[in-house]
Design a protein around this ligand. Structure first.
Ligand code: ADP
Length: 485
């Protein structure tokens, strides 16, 4: 349960549903308040209209005018039970007025409106039959002010005061209307809950479907973590951000798998490379120890052991160097290094080997005076590895040319040869560790397949690149590019 409530799906769902609940609640509340207000206004206006109709008949039109303008004097009380009349009653006009007032009173009764007319002294001169018992006459409004208002007892009243202080009050009980608005509110809340339920349900389905790939990604990642690196996330037709994430993860898993496979291959190759000299040492020692041999034979055995041990040491040194680069601390130095000087040093080191193999080496670097930043010894080594290959994989009376130069903000060293070349299908693998194009030929050259891997690690550690172009029977051209100091 806890893991469910802490899940992204649950959080999005509760947040989204909470927001919608607040919005729906606000809408229902605003709707209710405005409906109640509108109802009160409509009822108030209707009360005021009735009151304006009644007012002249209750107090007489002249009574409404201010006294200074010649309004009628104070009327004597007429008693309860019927609308008040004026002096000189009994004429035909008077009869008609009475009849109209009666009709109004009846219409009020039907509409549930009650009426009270009173003198300034609070003496009631008229009171309709339906005045509620708990109705308390509220304080009078000033003359001229006519507005409907609610009393504390739940009545909506409209009252009017004549210039003389007489009052006519019309009122209606709000109980029925309040009940209606409560019912409307309940209906509104019900409808709101229904909308909320539907929106929440749809939202939950959308969120669940949207997050489905996360579950798939998690399950696949778990299987991969358990050791099956060949597993991939089923991206399907996902074009969403999660689809992109799945693709990125698949690429990452692919790289991880490749790295692991490289690592496994590397370990196997390293042990294979070390096994050969160890086997040679063991075989020679066993042979020498089997019986007494002449001193020369022992010397030969020691020589073979020495050579094999040297080969192992060189291999171990190279492996150690590659491991350092893998740990990203292969280049400690960050000096300004002259590529011309590094190239000339490498050429001077290779010349004895080249002479021995009758390969001519030319260097075109003398007027190149640009520095790169890095480790002098390592850069010399990278150039030397390229030169060594160019001489070793060459032909008798062949040639090697080394060139330095600059293209924009990068310096380059190019080692070109007219040697055996590399087949197209193998060219992409020559920088791999322990990769050799031709195993039989390499047996003769004594290479271990680490020279170019080391060269690439050095160049990459300096922020550069190394590339190759080659054609079988024509020759090869290796080019390393480095950023300027
Ligand atoms: P190795 O120690 O075997 O020379 P490298 O990593 O230096 O290992 O080279 C990998 C392989 O690439 C070599 O075995 C060789 O077949 C091929 N190679 C490298 N440089 C050249 C070159 N200049 N000409 C032809 N083949 C080359």
């Amino acid at each position: 349960m806890r893991s469910f409530t802490s899940s992204i799906r649950w959080r999005i769902f509760t947040f989204y549903t909470g927001l919608i609940a607040i919005a729906v609640g606000l809408l229902v509340a605003i709707n209710h308040v405005s409906a109640v207000r509108m109802m009160e206004q409509v009822e108030g206006l209707s009360l005021q209209a009735r009151m304006m109709d009644m007012l002249p008949f209750v107090f007489g039109a002249r009574a409404l005018r201010p006294i200074e303008e010649g309004g009628e004097g104070r009327q004597p009380p007429r008693g309860r039970g019927g609308p008040p009349g004026r002096r000189g009653e009994g004429g035909p006009d008077r009869e008609e007025e009475r009849a109209r007032l009666k009709r109004m009173a009846e219409a009020n009764l039907r509409a549930g409106v009650f009426a009270v007319a009173m003198r300034e002294t609070n003496e009631r001169i008229y009171e309709s039959k339906n005045v509620p018992e708990d109705f308390l006459v509220p304080p009078a409004l000033p003359f001229g002010e006519r507005r409907a208002r609610r009393t504390g007892e739940g009545y909506l009243i409209a009252d009017s005061t004549t210039p003389r202080g007489d009052r006519l009050i019309l009122g209606i009980s709000m109980t029925a209307l309040d009940e209606k608005s409560s019912r409307d509110l309940l209906n509104g809340v019900g409808a709101g809950l229904l909308v909320l339920g539907v929106v929440a349900g749809v939202g939950f389905v959308i969120v669940s479907r949207g997050l489905e790939p996360v579950g798939v990604i998690g399950a696949t990642a778990e299987r991969i973590a358990a050791g099956d690196l060949s597993e991939r996330i089923d991206v399907g037709s996902q074009r969403s951000e999660l689809g992109k994430l799945a693709m990125i993860l698949n690429t990452t898993f692919g790289r991880l798998q490749e790295a692991l496979q490289r690592q496994v291959r590397f370990t196997a190759d390293a042990s294979h490379e070390l096994r050969t000299p160890v086997a040679a040492i063991l075989a020679d020692c066993q042979y020498a120890l089997k019986k007494d041999r002449p001193v020369e034979r022992y010397l030969e055995t020691i020589e073979v052991c020495h050579e094999s041990a040297q080969h192992m040491r060189s291999l171990i040194d190279r492996l150690g160097l590659l491991a350092k680069f893998d740990a990203r601390d292969g280049t400690e130095q960050r000096d300004a290094v002259s590529l011309r000087e590094a190239s000339e040093y490498a050429v001077s080191q290779i010349l004895p080997v080249a002479d021995e193999r009758r390969v001519r080496v030319d260097a075109e670097c003398s007027d190149f005076h640009v520095d790169v930043r890095g480790d002098r010894l390592r850069l010399r080594q990278a150039i030397l590895n390229l030169l060594l290959n160019a001489v070793v994989y060459n032909r008798e009376d062949g040639w090697v040319r080394l060139r330095c130069g600059q293209v924009e903000d990068r310096a380059f060293v190019e080692v070109e040869d007219g040697g055996v070349g590399i087949p197209k299908e193998k060219i992409g693998r020559v920088f791999e560790r322990f990769y050799r194009v031709d195993e039989s030929r390499n047996g003769k050259t004594g290479g271990s397949g680490l020279g170019l891997a080391i060269c690439r690690s050095i160049v990459q550690a300096h922020g550069g690149t190394v590339t190759v172009e080659s054609e079988v029977g024509v020759g090869s051209c290796f080019r390393m590019e480095l950023p300027l100091a």
